[in-house]
Design a protein around this ligand. Structure first.
Ligand code: ZN
Length: 254
């Protein structure tokens, strides 16, 4: 087996991570899936991708109702997968590694650990991430990765809060980027906002949605219809972003 294989697999997954997501309700369960249109597909197909979870490949030109009918025909299979996935969600260790792959800005990166004089992270082509650590091994790499992700998150979140804040005419009193465990973001009564550093692992549009969500709380401190109207004005695809976080949230941890 050539050395190039894992990188190619990484790229294939990175591509998979870009499919749009959709939802269907089967027997009261809301199922999120990635929808892939393929000109080569004659028949629709269901499969499970490591990064995306449930992927539905449909022939080009298929309508939403054709896709939904196809999913209903296979709902037993889909619901069985969903139940297994939900169990895995609960039992998953809430930290990396998962087969030495890691989400970064929404793409699945293969992680290589190597000894180095200083802790450093380099993002290389082909969705590879090289972690140098003085203490080679998972624990050393995890410390380096956490520090690096937090620095990336702090910079990105400051930029996005500034950009959306300017558009929305809102400005937080202070901005904190933390390793929040139970929330992606939080709006404090004094007008400060906190965000989870793990958001930098999510796709940029998902991070933006959380920024818009927390900024919107500066105007509407609840989840009323008016609140969601404000969110929708700046993040129109927010239901898909919420679905993405529900599906992939547990994997956004180091
Ligand atoms: Zn909220």
């Amino acid at each position: 087996m050539s050395r190039a294989r894992p990188e190619q697999a990484g790229e294939a997954q990175a591509e998979a991570a870009r499919y749009p997501t959709a939802t269907v309700t089967l027997q009261g369960r809301e199922i999120t899936y990635a929808l892939r249109e393929s000109v080569r597909a004659r028949q629709p197909r269901l499969w499970i991708a490591p990064a995306e979870g449930l992927v539905v490949t449909v022939p080009a030109g298929w309508t939403a109702s054709q896709t939904e009918r196809f999913l209903r025909q296979h709902q037993r299979w889909v619901l069985r997968w969903d139940a297994r996935h939900a169990r895995r969600w609960q039992t998953l260790p809430k930290r990396w590694p998962y087969g030495e792959r890691l989400f970064y800005r929404g793409l699945v990166h293969g992680v290589q650990i190597r000894p180095g004089r200083v802790g450093a992270v380099e993002v290389a082509g082909g969705c590879r991430m090289i972690v140098s650590t003085r203490t080679p091994g998972i624990d050393g790499a995890r410390r380096v990765l956490r520090r690096w992700l937090r620095a990336q998150a702090t910079q990105t979140l400051a930029e996005r809060v500034e950009a959306y804040g300017a558009m929305m005419g809102l400005r937080p009193r202070r901005l904190y980027v933390r390793s929040l465990r139970r929330a992606w973001g939080r709006c404090w009564a004094n007008g400060s906002l906190s965000f989870s550093a793990a958001l930098v692992m999510a796709p940029p549009e998902v991070l933006d949605y959380v920024v818009v969500h927390e900024l919107a709380h500066l105007r509407e401190p609840n989840h009323s219809p008016q609140f969601w109207n404000v969110v929708a004005a700046y993040a129109p695809d927010y239901p898909a972003h919420r679905a993405w976080l529900r599906t992939h949230g547990p994997l956004l941890a180091v």
